[in-house]
Design a protein around this ligand. Structure first.
Ligand code: ADP
Ligand code: MG
Length: 576
């Protein structure tokens, strides 16, 4: 076939495919236009999953009569007119693609009136072609009616889901926008029945109530966080850890009030819940990240669902910290510690150890830490023991937690997280003392890496060598392992390397580089849940934890301990 330029109608249908994937994408574009038009009320009406009809009616600024036809031309927009503005987009729309794309694959009627104009204007289009137009009396604002969607693209229509599935996508979409624009009154009418209304009174919690219902809404916690250096802000709600779902659908993110999908943001929230949720359970969240328009590229995805951040790490940590601090402040010990308790408002008790005990640092005197070997560390690397340990070990729970008693009450210490913290600090200290602890293997071991593991090894080779691994290429994706960090002394060396590479790859997606290797090594080296510990081992671990500068969280940010204060216990048992 010779090369030729496609006729405009066919080109328009192809271009429409990018923007208008399904009925929900039409609703999204129209609702976004209504929001950009400064509306305070937006009504969405759909019939048969939106395929038969979609109508979006707003009370926004309307379109001047003489511009209505232009609005349906490709790349016609009132929102930007220069490159500078493209670099810092403040409106939801900017490409001028939605109206022509929607019109190309449906029958469209627009009725619009600017508030100060005496009357309005109506225009009808059939499959992208002008059909009729003229003045028309109507209230101020804009109404767009889209009928017989994909009627001229049977292939696309075949791929649509059932009308109830398309309806629920639209319900989800409208309710998400109601959450992030609490000042707009949204109404969704499905096949003639009102399915959702938001109050539009500007109160975020009332929008939340409309979307999630009273039960879930009362179990949601308000988040507000700000990174003082970048000014990035996070606002919204997250579910209390008791409120979970089986998948990530209920984690909603907005960037400058644009609904986006982002694995990075989901990770940030999931990290904040680390240690608080069961595996395979996911939190609810509705968070808006406000960042300078120039720090986010919203023009990187055909339907603008994904965005790129200039400082991904900063966004990650801003979200993770904001959410974590709310969770920690809310209810450190579910059902036991009321969030209003003034004694210990945080999950991690400020007085886990008496203040004086925090001064302890490694003194290099080589105090033999008797049980340290049992914990996977060499005796001479142990932290000095305290002459009078402030915490008494009561026992071990579920082979996972150490139950301990101190002057401030009871502590549950996660043995893996605690040991991770100890090892992490130790290897970080070794690095800063320039004494990486490496243990040569008696016989070098050949390790076969997957291509992904090979990539991780090559891109992190410097820090892996720094932390005590020694290896060299051995052909065909294999490596010859000659030494491992000393804390892996007794384990399977090949497995240690593979585990650390896998963890590094995962962690590397979301973290600062230097920490990644150390955190992965600490995690692999730390005692696991399920390991029975003797009392001296538990005591040693608590002492070593005490000596770290940051005993309350593991290197991943999870708590190492939760606290039940004496006051709580007394109150719970009615003794006070
Ligand atoms: P974009 O939103 O990217 O500018 P669209 O094709 O969605 O492109 O819309 C084209 C133009 O039509 C917009 O820039 C805006 O000026 C106008 N417009 C569309 N919908 C509305 C509306 N509901 N109210 C007021 N103006 C609208
Ligand atoms: Mg638009």
């Amino acid at each position: 076939m010779p090369i030729k330029v496609l006729p405009p109608g066919l080109a328009a249908k192809i271009a429409a495919g990018e923007v208008v994937e399904r009925p929900a994408s039409v609703v999204k574009e129209l609702v976004e236009n209504s929001i950009d038009a400064g509306s305070s009320q937006i009504t969405v009406e759909i019939k048969a999953g939106g395929v038969e009809q979609i109508r979006v009616i707003d009370d926004g600024q309307g379109i001047p009569t003489e511009e209505v036809k232009i609005a349906f031309q490709r790349h016609a927009t009132s929102k930007i007119d220069s490159q500078d503005q493209l670099d810092a987009i403040a409106t939801l729309g900017f490409r001028g693609e939605a109206l022509p794309s929607i019109a190309a694959v449906s029958n469209t009627v627009i009725t619009t009136r600017q508030p100060l104009d005496p009357g309005g204007f109506r225009m009808e289009m059939h499959w992208g072609e002008h059909a009729s137009s003229g003045s028309q009396g109507c209230p101020p604002g804009t109404s767009l009616e889209v009928s017989d969607l994909f009627g001229n693209l049977p292939a696309r229509r075949k791929f649509l889901k059932s009308s109830s599935a398309e309806t629920s996508r639209i319900q989800e979409l409208v309710s998400r926008y109601a959450l992030v624009f609490p000042g707009i009154r949204f109404q969704l009418i499905v096949d003639g029945r009102v399915s959702f209304t938001s109050p539009g009174n500007g109160v975020p919690r009332e929008a939340l109530l409309a979307v999630y219902g009273p039960q879930a809404a009362t179990a949601m916690l308000e988040v507000h966080g700000e990174d003082s250096e970048t000014g990035y802000q996070v606002d919204g709600f997250v579910g209390a850890p008791s409120l979970t779902r089986a998948n990530r659908t209920y984690m909603t993110f907005f960037v400058n009030r644009r609904w986006v999908q982002s694995r990075m943001l989901s990770y940030a929230v999931e990290e904040a819940y680390m240690g608080l949720l069961q595996v395979k359970r996911y939190p609810l969240s509705a968070l808006n990240i406000s960042i300078p328009y120039g720090d986010v590229d919203v023009n990187s995805h055909p339907s603008k669902r994904e965005v790129r951040f200039r400082e991904e790490n900063r966004v990650f940590s801003t979200v993770q910290r904001a959410v974590r601090s709310v969770l920690v402040a809310d209810s450190p010990v579910p059902n036991l510690a009321p969030p209003t308790d003034s004694d210990y408002p945080a999950a991690v008790a400020p007085s886990f150890f008496p203040r004086s005990a925090f001064g302890a640092v490694r003194n290099g005197s080589g105090t033999p830490g008797y049980p340290a070997e049992a914990l996977g560390g060499p005796a001479d690397a142990a932290y000095p023991q305290q002459p009078a340990p402030p915490l008494k070990v009561v026992g071990q729970l579920k082979l996972t937690y150490i139950v301990a008693e101190g002057p401030a009450g009871m502590f549950l210490v996660d043995q893996h997280a605690a040991h991770e913290r100890v090892l992490f600090d130790r290897i970080s200290q070794d690095i800063s003392d320039r004494e990486p602890q490496s243990q040569p293997l008696l016989e070098p071991v050949s390790v076969e890496l997957s291509p992904a593991q090979g990539d991780t090894l090559r891109s992190n080779s410097e820090s892996l060598l720094n932390y005590g691994f020694q290896f060299e290429p051995f052909g065909d994706g294999s490596y010859l392992l000659r030494a491992v960090p000393v804390i892996f002394g007794t384990g399977d060396p090949a497995k240690s390397l593979l585990d650390v590479l896998d963890m590094t790859a995962f962690e590397g997606l979301v973290r600062q580089k230097e920490d990644v290797t150390a955190a992965s090594i600490a995690c692999h080296g730390a005692i696991r849940a399920g390991k029975s510990l003797t009392e001296p081992e538990m005591m040693a671990l608590l002492e070593q934890l005490e000596a770290t500068p940051n005993p309350h969280t593991c290197p991943h940010g999870r708590p190492t301990m939760v606290h039940f204060s004496s006051n709580h216990m007394e109150r719970e048992f009615g003794r006070r």
